[in-house]
Design a protein. Structure first.
Length: 137
């Protein structure tokens, strides 16, 4: 493994040290519509994503707001922080399409061996959207 594989970009460090939309304290402090929780089969870390769903001008359901919390590592924290910024305001189906490559592009490359950490937020968001749809059907 090359030495560069262990280097985090400045943007990754910024999102790790100043995570966006991180849920501080009790989840009752955030007025959410659904929650998704997943575990990482590789490392066992957990991620929880809370979504507030609204509607845009065309009446489509969108991610109006989002919060998350995790026991994950620096890469999981930075990736989910990025995901939370990328998904806000998007229609639910569009939010589901945000993938590891979008997050990687947004952050300016995560170390390759940390890829499994970057999908944790996406999987929790998917679970939250599925749970929202189950509740509203
Ligand atoms: S090592 Fe577990 S989420 Fe990164």
């Amino acid at each position: 493994m090359e030495g560069q594989d262990w280097v985090y970009s400045d943007k990754v460090k910024d999102h790790f040290l100043n995570p966006r939309n991180f849920l501080m304290g009790d989840e009752s402090k955030f007025d959410y519509d659904a929650v998704g929780q997943v575990g990482n089969p590789i490392c066992g870390d957990q991620m929880r994503m809370y979504i507030k769903v609204g509607r845009d001008k065309k009446g489509r359901e969108i991610i109006e707001d989002v919060r998350w919390k995790t026991y994950g590592c620096a890469s999981a924290i930075a990736s989910t922080s990025a995901l939370s910024e990328l998904c806000k305001g998007r229609a639910l189906d569009a939010a589901l399409k945000i993938g590891a490559k979008d997050i990687d592009d947004y952050l300016g490359n995560l170390p390759k061996h940390k890829f499994h950490c970057s999908v944790l937020g996406h999987d929790a968001l998917k679970e939250a959207i599925e749970n929202f749809r189950k509740k509203s059907s």
